[in-house]
Design a protein around this ligand. Structure first.
Ligand SMILES: NC(=O)c1ccc[n+]([C@@H]2O[C@H](COP(=O)([O-])OP(=O)(O)OC[C@H]3O[C@@H](n4cnc5c(N)ncnc54)[C@H](O)[C@@H]3O)[C@@H](O)[C@H]2O)c1
Length: 262
C-alpha cells in the first residue's frame, strides 16, 4: 500500500458516504485527514471513528473567511497540507425551471468553492514545494440527462478548470486531476432506492459495462492513486471511475442489429 505517513489531506464534503470512504482510505495509508463539511453531526462522528489521525472542521466552503480559517487550522495542526480533495457537492437542479439563484448556488458549491479551496491551500503547498488536488467531476459532465441542467454543467466546468489549474500549477510541483464516478452507492442513491443495493445494481446494469453501481471504496482507491507518488506524471487528467459508463455507446449493452429482424 502507498505510504502517506507525514502527509495531510483536506477533504471537502468528507462527511458523506463517498467522502467517508476517501477519508478512511487515506487514514489507512497513514495520512492525517481533515474533513471540511457543513454536516457537523456526520463529520464529527466520522472523525471520532477515524481517531487522532482525523479531525472535523465545520466549514461552509462557500464562505471564504471560514474556508481560509479552516485551511490555516489544518496547517497549524498537522504542520502542512499535501493534498486537497474537492468532493463536496450540491444536487440542487430543477432543470429548465431553475432560477438564477439556484444556478448561482449550484455553481458556487460545485465549481467556485472548489476553485476557492484550491486557492486557499496554495500557500501551504508552496511552502511544501509540492501538492496534489483532486476535483470531483461526474459521468453527468458529458451526457444529456433529462431534467438536469445545473449539476451536469457544474461537473463539466470543474473538469475544464482542472485542466487550467493543472497547467498553471505545474511549475510549482502541484498536480491537479479529476475523477468522474458513475453511479456510486451513496447517500442519494441509498435514499432514492430505499436502501436496495440489488435493485440499484439491476438498474445500473443497463448503462454500466460492469453491470452494477460502484462502491465508495472503489472511487476512493482511484483518488488515493492520483494523490500518490505512483501518479507522479499524471496531471490535467480526468479519470473515469464509472464501470464503463462513459465508454458505452447509445446501443448500450443490448445487441441492436438483431432488433432489425423484428
Ligand atoms: N453519488 C454518485 O453516484 C456520484 C456520481 C458521480 C459523481 N459524484 C460526485 O461525488 C461527490 C460526492 O457525491 P455524493 O453523492 O456522496 O454527495 P452527497 O450529497 O451525499 O454529499 C455531499 C457532501 O457535501 C457537503 N456539502 C454540501 N454543501 C456544502 C458546503 N457549502 N460546504 C461544505 N460541505 C458541503 C454535504 O454536507 C455532504 O456531506 C460529489 O462531488 C458528486 O458530484 C457522485
Amino acid at each position: 500500500m502507498e505510504d502517506f505517513h507525514a502527509r495531510t489531506v483536506i477533504i471537502t464534503g468528507g462527511a458523506t458516504l463517498i467522502g467517508q470512504a476517501v477519508a478512511e482510505s487515506f487514514v489507512a495509508a497513514g495520512a492525517g485527514v481533515a474533513i471540511l463539511d457543513i454536516d457537523a453531526e456526520a463529520g464529527a462522528a466520522l472523525a471520532d471513528r477515524l481517531g487522532p489521525a482525523a479531525c472535523f472542521l465545520a466549514t461552509d466552503i462557500t464562505d471564504d473567511v471560514r474556508l481560509q480559517q479552516a485551511v490555516e487550522e489544518v496547517e497549524a495542526r498537522f504542520g502542512g497540507i499535501d493534498a486537497l480533495i474537492n468532493l463536496a457537492c450540491s444536487y440542487l437542479d430543477e432543470g429548465v425551471a431553475s432560477s438564477r439563484a439556484d444556478w448561482l448556488q449550484a455553481l458556487d458549491i460545485n465549481l467556485v468553492s472548489a476553485v476557492m479551496a484550491s486557492k486557499a491551500v496554495l500557500p501551504a503547498m508552496r511552502r511544501r514545494g509540492s501538492g496534489v488536488i483532486v476535483n470531483f467531476s461526474s459521468i453527468s459532465a458529458q451526457a444529456a440527462q433529462t431534467g438536469r441542467w445545473l449539476y451536469p454543467a457544474s461537473k463539466a466546468a470543474i473538469r475544464q478548470v482542472t485542466r487550467s489549474m493543472a497547467l498553471d500549477f505545474a511549475e510549482e510541483g502541484i498536480r491537479v486531476n479529476a475523477v468522474s464516478p458513475g453511479w456510486t452507492w451513496s447517500r442519494l442513491i441509498e435514499e432514492v432506492s430505499g436502501g436496495d443495493r440489488e435493485r440499484t445494481d439491476e438498474v445500473a446494469s443497463d448503462f454500466h459495462m460492469l453491470g452494477r453501481a460502484g462502491d465508495p471504496a472503489e472511487v476512493a482507491q482511484v483518488v488515493l492513486f492520483l494523490c500518490s507518488d505512483r501518479a507522479s506524471f499524471v496531471t490535467g487528467a480526468d479519470y473515469a471511475v464509472d464501470g464503463g459508463y462513459s465508454a458505452l455507446g447509445p446501443e448500450q449493452r443490448v445487441p441492436a442489429i438483431p432488433r432489425l429482424a423484428g
